[in-house]
Design a protein around this ligand. Structure first.
Ligand SMILES: NC(=O)c1ccc[n+]([C@@H]2O[C@H](COP(=O)([O-])OP(=O)(O)OC[C@H]3O[C@@H](n4cnc5c(N)ncnc54)[C@H](OP(=O)(O)O)[C@@H]3O)[C@@H](O)[C@H]2O)c1
Length: 344
């Protein structure tokens, strides 16, 4: 990839993409590009998508150390800036992986992501999962780490205090959580010196998490929605026969026909209009451009928003079963179904 960065004639003016104001006053674009390739796309393909997406007007990119492509994405970010996009107009997120939750490891992991991404600071740094349990990349669905532990609040707060230190060091502008629940978040809000600016959570029409969404908004935490299209190409280990398929829901398909777009685009429109920041993934220009346009043109009507709201199936796709701390445990335990942190 050695082409010159060029603003695409058919792209979207980044100034026209709404921005959400975070508790620090920073303004995050209302849509970002996901960069997890679900084990299907190479790091170079994803880096090329980041470059192409910036040319069509994306300014936010959702990265993560465990996506194993930050070095390649970093090359694209450098070339995008050399091509004239100012650093302050970009919004770059990364995440600390589960085997790096110790205080010193968090700091080192962030510095590594910064080196890989070729940046001086991150706009947002997230704790990827609230469990310190390592599992190998691409492991089988029934993989169990014998050292696996549940959420232990004291340990999480050690991780969080390293996140706070990163802010003090000027390496990170905003810090946030991911894959949390209300009971866990209440504890973090109680004990954090710097409260989370964002929570990255699974959000799509068939999994709307209305209670947690409202909790975040009420507490000044901006929800970022992952798998906004229902992740139709997620790894097979994350699929079960009962999973709902968002883009096949009759309500979504009907609205898509009315707007003359793919049902995926309706998922993105709904997400942005509801107020979460969707981070859809695609390496295909046609698709990532359609998703960006979705947030700037042809909004859904109130009736259509209500029809999508009614499509909720409470169907979690990324169940996190590899984080179970007991053999044969129900993955629902990870999500605190009884309204309190599931005990050991
Ligand atoms: N914090 C976390 O724990 C966490 C967990 C999961 C994901 N994430 C983040 O969220 C991002 C998005 O999640 P995801 O990739 O799993 O799922 P997703 O964005 O819901 O779905 C992506 C798939 O939808 C298809 N698609 C995208 N736009 C389309 C369009 N306009 N028309 C038709 N098809 C379209 C793509 O197919 P094609 O490939 O054919 O274009 C792509 O494979 C990830 O990349 C990652 O950055 C975070």
């Amino acid at each position: 990839m050695d082409t010159e960065f060029r603003i695409a004639a058919d792209g979207v003016d980044p100034e026209k993409v709404p921005r959400r104001v975070l508790r620090t006053g920073d303004r995050m674009p209302a849509i970002g590009l996901g960069t997890f390739g679900s084990d299907r796309y190479s790091a170079d393909e994803i880096a090329a998508a980041v470059f192409g997406a910036a040319e069509v007007g994306y300014r936010a990119f959702d990265c993560g150390a465990c996506y194993m492509n930050e070095a390649q994405v970093g090359e694209s970010l450098e070339r995008i800036q050399k091509g004239g996009v100012r650093r302050e107009d970009l919004f770059i997120t990364s995440k600390v992986w589960n085997d790096k939750h110790k205080y010193g490891d968090v700091i080192e992991s962030c510095k590594k992501s910064l080196r890989d991404l070729r940046l001086d600071f991150l706009d947002l740094y997230l704790v990827h999962w609230p469990f310190p349990n390592y599992h190998p990349p691409g492991c089988a669905e029934d993989y169990h780490n014998p050292d696996a532990r549940p959420y232990i609040h004291g340990e999480y707060m050690e991780t969080w205090s390293a996140m706070e230190r990163l802010v003090e060091l000027g390496l990170v502008r905003n810090i946030g959580t991911s894959n949390m629940t209300i009971p866990k978040m209440k504890r973090v809000l109680r004990d954090a010196k710097i409260k989370p600016a964002c929570n990255e959570m699974e959000l799509h029409p068939c999994f709307q998490q209305p209670e947690f969404f409202d909790f975040c908004v009420k507490n000044g935490i901006q929800p970022i929605g992952f798998c906004p299209i229902g992740s139709p190409k997620r790894p097979d280990r994350d699929k079960t026969p009962d999973d709902a398929v968002d883009i096949e829901q009759p309500a979504i398909q009907k609205i898509a026909r009315a707007h003359g777009v793919h049902p995926a685009v309706i998922c993105v429109k709904w997400a942005a209009q509801r107020g979460q920041i969707p981070i859809p993934f695609s390496v295909h220009r046609k698709n990532y451009l359609a998703n960006l346009r979705a947030v700037t043109e042809d909004p859904l009507t109130d009736e259509e928003m209500a029809a999508v709201r009614a499509a909720d199936r409470n169907c979690r796709l990324i169940k996190g079963q590899v984080f179970c701390w007991k053999v044969g445990q129900d993955w629902r335990d990870l999500w605190d179904p009884n309204g309190e942190i599931t005990p050991w």
